[in-house]
Ligand binder design. Structure first.
Ligand SMILES: NC(=O)c1ccc[n+]([C@@H]2O[C@H](COP(=O)([O-])OP(=O)(O)OC[C@H]3O[C@@H](n4cnc5c(N)ncnc54)[C@H](O)[C@@H]3O)[C@@H](O)[C@H]2O)c1
Length: 347
């Protein structure tokens, strides 16, 4: 390898256009070598816009493309497991959009195929590459000492569509795009957890480690769903997790961590701004607050660069398939706890 990972894109829909296509062009250690979508008009348009010569409408032919080490897979959730398994069996390392899959069983299968084939699988929880959150997480891991509490919240905004209009080129679609027959799971709470909650749960695990039990209550009103949980962590810390779609205010997402030698407060912005979170770390030993300034903060580009660096240097990716599986178990426990009206332990 010439110091660059050769990556192909499978899926040219919404998030590919907003985030992944620009990231594939900008990432310093990536060569964007091939592109695929069943929708011929759409894939041709994106190939032209991003100057890619190898264009495919059949993913099996795309996987035969010689000049490609890894695949970035932004397709509907229901296709994550079958397509990533096929790609790994074809010898490709994978960057798969979140959530890892639809069910715990699918995630287990993906992990098994990753281990069998020796191909790596990174989940697209790009907030781990927000440099503000990375600064805060480093403090928690290296200086804060014992954790007392870790809490996260994620409230989607009524302004979501206006943000997309403001921050992205007009989204292009095609009647030939492939989507699952059923739009979702048929359960609004579960769809919200899989589509949105997954980000906050990965962030909470990034700061708090393994979640071992959850107790969730859901309020469902005309204006939306509020899912509020108590999380218990393996190290004995506990905290809250709140997921609301949608709130009648601006995007509202963040995390707080309190521990032996300090605290962290992070306000996470609307993702397509590609701006580092507003982070304040209180270092109790020094008696001072610290705030990082990181202007070059595109989390989608940085996750792709980190993925490429890990593959090129033979290191483990993050979040890896085991993290994806652990997050999936937490998501399912939140759903189960709300349905059953009781505390659910995660095994
Ligand atoms: N990380 C984030 O910020 C973020 C934001 C939005 C969506 N997502 C995730 O990204 C994923 C994709 O979301 P989206 O809204 O872009 O989906 P989408 O349905 O708009 O786009 C997916 C594209 O993949 C193509 N496709 C599907 N199966 C294919 C196949 N076998 N061969 C070739 N092309 C195929 C479709 O034709 C479509 O164009 C979802 O899992 C979603 O959760 C992540």
């Amino acid at each position: 390898m010439n110091g660059k990972l050769k990556v192909g894109l499978l899926g040219c829909g919404g998030i590919a256009q907003i985030a992944h296509l620009p990231a594939l062009k900008k990432a310093e250690n990536v060569e964007f070598t091939a592109i695929c979508d069943v929708a011929e008009d759409l894939v041709n348009l994106m190939a032209k816009r991003y100057e890619v010569d190898a264009i495919y409408t059949d993913h099996r032919k795309f996987l035969e493309h010689a000049d490609m080490d890894a695949v970035l897979l932004p397709v509907a959730h229901a296709f994550h497991a079958p397509l990533s398994i096929e790609c790994m069996r074809a010898g490709k390392d994978m960057l798969v959009e979140k959530p890892m899959a639809m069910t715990v069983e699918e995630c287990e299968q993906m992990l098994q195929v990753s281990e069998e084939t020796g191909r790596q699988l990174q989940i697209g929880c790009m907030k781990r590459y927000d440099p503000g959150l990375q600064f805060a997480q480093k403090f928690v891991a290296e200086e804060m000492g014992e954790r007392l509490s870790v809490s996260g919240w994620y409230c989607d905004t009524v302004f979501h569509g206006q943000y997309v209009h403001c921050l992205a080129l007009p989204l292009r679609s095609s009647s030939a795009q492939r989507r699952p027959e059923r739009g979702g799971t048929g359960d609004g709470h579960l769809d919200m957890i899989l589509g949105h909650g997954v980000h906050a749960i990965d962030t909470i695990r990034f700061f708090g480690g393994d979640v071992v039990a959850v107790t969730t209550k859901v309020a469902e009103k005309r204006q939306g769903i509020n899912s509020t949980s108590l999380f218990e962590f393996a190290d004995g810390a506990c905290g809250s997790f709140q997921l609301i779609c949608t709130v009648k205010m601006d995007w509202f997402e963040g995390i707080t961590v309190h521990g032996e030698n300090g605290s962290v407060v992070a306000q996470i912005g609307f993702p397509y701004y590609r701006k580092a979170s507003d982070v304040k770390v209180f270092d109790a030993k020094r008696g001072e607050y610290r705030t990082p300034a990181v202007p070059d903060a595109d989390p989608y580009e940085r996750q792709l660069e980190a993925f490429a660096a890990a593959i090129l240097e033979g290191r483990e990716v993050s979040p890896n398939a085991k993290d994806g599986l652990a997050a999936q178990k937490v998501m399912m426990a939140v759903h189960e706890s709300a349905k059953a009206g009781k505390r659910v332990e995660i095994v």
